[in-house]
Design a binder for this molecule. Structure first.
Ligand code: G3I
Length: 374
C-alpha cells in the first residue's frame, strides 16, 4: 500500500492532465458511493450511454438528455467509457468527415467531474462506417486510412485518455484472428502492432490495451492473447494492458477463474482491467428477477471485482452501463435482462451494494495494488 500510494502521488504530481484529479477522501456510511468507497489506485467506471442500440429506442439519446442519469454518472464513477461515441461509424461517419461533438462532450463532462476516460475503440470488426466496409482500397490506402484515423482521434484527446482499447475482439472463439476485421483481413495480423505504435505516437501517456470478451476462463482465446502479448512485448511494441470485458450470463456459471487469467497477463508486466462488466439472467414471466437471482448476480459482480483486487496491476474496473433503463442486453438477448446494478429508476440492486461493500473493505484494509512495476 505504501509504495503504491507514493507512486500515485508521484503520478499526480507529474501529470498535469485533469483525468487524474485527487479524489476527496470521504468517510464511510450512507453517503458512500462506488467511487468514494474504492481504493485510491482503482478507477471505477461505467459505459456512458448513447449511440448504438439507443438510436432505435423510444427515448432521446441518454447522456446529453437525461439529467438524473448524468447526476448518478458523476456521483458514482471516476472513470467513463463512451459506449458508442468513439467508435468508427460514430466518430468518422464519412471518409473526410469526423463527428467529434458527442465524444468531446463526454471528455468535458469527465474533466469537470474528476473522471478518467477509457477510449473505445480503434481497431475492431464491428460498427465500422459503410464507406469503410464497402469501399475499395489498395493496401497502402487502407493502411493510411487506419493510421490517419488513429492519429487524428487519439491526438485530439491527447493527455485526456487514461486507457485506450486499441485492439478490440481481434480473436474468434478458436483463438484465430477474426477475418471479419477488415484491417486484419486485408493487411494481415501485423497491423495490430502498427495500431499500437500509431496510438502511442499520438498520445505517449495513454495506456494501450487489448480488449475482448470470452476471456474470463482459461482456454484457447486466452492462450492466443498471451502469445500475442509476449510477441508484442518482445518486439517492443507499446502494449500496456490486457482487459477482460466480462459480459457475463448466469446461464454459464460464475467467473471463478478470472483472477488466474488476469494474473497471467500481470506476470508479463502488463496492467489488467475489467472494461464492460454486466451480468444478465433469464427473466421469469412478468420480467421481474427473483430474490435468489439477484443474490446470484451480486456474487458474480463481486467475484469479478475480487479478481481485479487480487491482481497487482488491475487498476480500472468498468461496468457496461449502471442502469437497466439503458442496457444493451435486452436488445441483443430478448429473454434476458436486468444485467446492471441499478433498476430503471436508479434504485440499487444487491449487486450495487456487493460492489460498494467490497470496495470499502479493500480500501479499509489499506489495499494497495497496482503500480508495482514503476
Ligand atoms: O448499424 C445498424 C443500422 O444499419 C441499422 O439500421 C440499425 C437497426 O437496428 O442497427 C444498427 O446497428 C446497431 C449498432 O449498435 C450500430 O449503431 C445495433 O442495432 C445496436 O444493437 C448496436 O449496439 C451497440 C453494440 O455494441 C454493437 O456491437 C451497443 O449500443 C453497445 O453497447 C455495444 O457495446 C459492445 C462493445 O462496444 C464491445 N464489446 C461488446 C459490447 C456489447 O455488445
Amino acid at each position: 500500500m505504501k509504495r503504491a500510494t507514493r507512486a500515485v502521488v508521484a503520478v499526480l504530481a507529474t501529470t498535469a492532465t485533469l483525468s487524474f484529479v485527487v479524489q476527496p477522501v470521504q468517510a464511510g456510511g450512507k453517503d458512500q458511493t462506488l467511487r468514494s468507497a474504492a481504493p485510491r489506485d482503482l478507477r471505477i467506471g461505467t459505459a456512458v450511454a448513447g449511440g448504438g442500440h439507443h438510436v432505435d429506442q423510444p427515448y432521446p439519446d441518454p447522456f446529453p438528455n437525461d439529467k438524473p442519469y448524468r447526476q448518478v454518472l458523476a456521483k458514482e464513477f471516476n472513470s467513463a467509457s463512451p459506449e458508442n461515441q468513439m467508435k468508427w461509424e460514430f466518430i468518422h461517419p464519412e471518409r473526410n468527415k469526423y463527428n467529434f461533438g458527442p465524444a468531446d462532450a463526454i471528455v468535458r463532462f469527465a474533466r469537470d467531474n474528476g473522471q478518467a476516460v477509457r477510449g473505445h475503440t480503434l481497431l475492431w470488426h464491428s460498427q465500422n462506417p459503410a464507406w469503410l466496409n464497402e469501399g475499395t482500397f489498395t493496401e497502402a490506402e487502407l493502411r493510411k486510412i487506419l493510421k490517419d484515423h488513429i492519429t487524428k482521434v487519439v491526438g485530439r484527446y491527447k493527455g485526456k485518455i487514461h486507457q485506450w482499447d486499441v485492439a478490440n475482439e481481434i480473436f474468434n472463439e478458436n483463438g484465430e484472428y477474426r477475418q471479419e476485421n477488415i484491417f486484419i483481413r486485408e493487411l494481415g495480423p501485423g497491423i495490430v502492432a502498427d495500431a499500437f505504435r500509431w496510438a502511442h505516437q499520438a498520445d505517449p501517456k495513454a495506456q494501450l490495451f487489448l480488449n475482448d470478451y470470452g476471456v474470463e476462463w482459461p482456454g484457447v482465446k486466452v492462450d492466443a492473447y498471451e502469445t500475442l502479448a509476449k510477441q508484442l512485448l518482445a518486439a517492443r511494441v507499446p502494449l500496456h494492458g490486457f482487459a477482460s470485458q466480462a459480459h457475463l450470463s448466469m446461464r454459464y456459471g460464475a467467473p471463478d477463474q478470472l483472477a488466474g487469467v488476469l494474473q497471467r497477463f500481470d506476470n508479463l508486466g502488463l496492467k489488467t482491467a475489467i472494461t464492460e462488466l454486466d451480468v444478465r439472467m433469464d427473466l421469469p414471466e412478468g420480467g421481474v428477477p427473483t430474490a435468489e437471482q439477484l443474490a446470484t448476480q451480486a456474487t458474480y459482480y463481486k467475484t469479478v471485482l475480487d479478481a481485479c483486487l487480487a491482481v497487482d496491476d488491475c487498476n480500472s474496473f468498468t461496468i457496461w452501463g449502471f442502469t437497466d433503463k439503458y442496457s444493451w442486453v435486452p436488445v441483443f438477448f430478448p429473454s434476458e435482462g436486468a444485467a446492471t446494478v441499478m433498476w430503471e429508476d436508479f434504485t440499487k440492486k444487491p449487486a450495487y451494494y456487493a460492489l460498494r461493500d467490497t470496495l470499502a473493505a479493500a480500501r479499509g484494509h489499506g489495499h494497495g495494488h497496482g503500480h508495482g512495476h514503476h
